[in-house]
Design a protein around this ligand. Sequence first.
Ligand code: SAH
Length: 203
Amino acid sequence: MVAQQITARGICDSRLLAVMETVPRHRFVSQDELRWAHSDGPLPIGHGQTISQPYIVALMTDLLHLTGEENVLEVGTGCGYHAAVLSQMAMDVHTVEIIAALAEQATKTLADLGYDNIHVHLGDGSNGWLEAAPYDAIIVAAAAPQVPKPLLEQLADGGRMVLPVGSRGVQELEVWRREGAAFSHQANIPVAFVPLRGKYGWN
Ligand code: SAH
């Protein structure tokens, strides 16, 4: 998976590649999807949601330029796989999921696997998670119509945020950066994510 899908597409951060080799993706998918766990695409995780393609998980993580010291926010826990990857690249991960059953299952999987620097919260992550802000890095795993304002507010000075922004069908993966009160952003690649729900998402 790592050699053919991730390294081959140009991701070369050796720390990230080592993490992608060790986080057991097959432990996050259901029995029915097991044989596809390392395939080159997204997979259903129930409740109409999907776990992202391995390459997209790697790319989004790479774009955050994590060093190991960061407090990270993830919006959209899903099965918890991306949170596990982030937890090995940063200091702490706060991840917010809006569907209770997914939050519960992810909490259990992450505890079973011994990840102890991930905090799963149930709620509308389009509001961010104020209790643990500010965040050095924010990742949004669902497509937003525009950048949710609370997420910009909860980004630390010098922080980076990666999120898909666009229509319900297709989006651009955007990278935002905060310098004091100023925000800059650039578009990365076209992507297709499930819609972000909640106050700053799609109703
Ligand atoms: N990162 C996940 C993939 C998540 S798919 C993984 O590794 O499995 C997107 C997730 O975002 C879904 O689980 C969906 O329920 C969740 N979601 C959508 N809108 C949300 C919101 N406003 N707040 C929190 N989670 C949300």
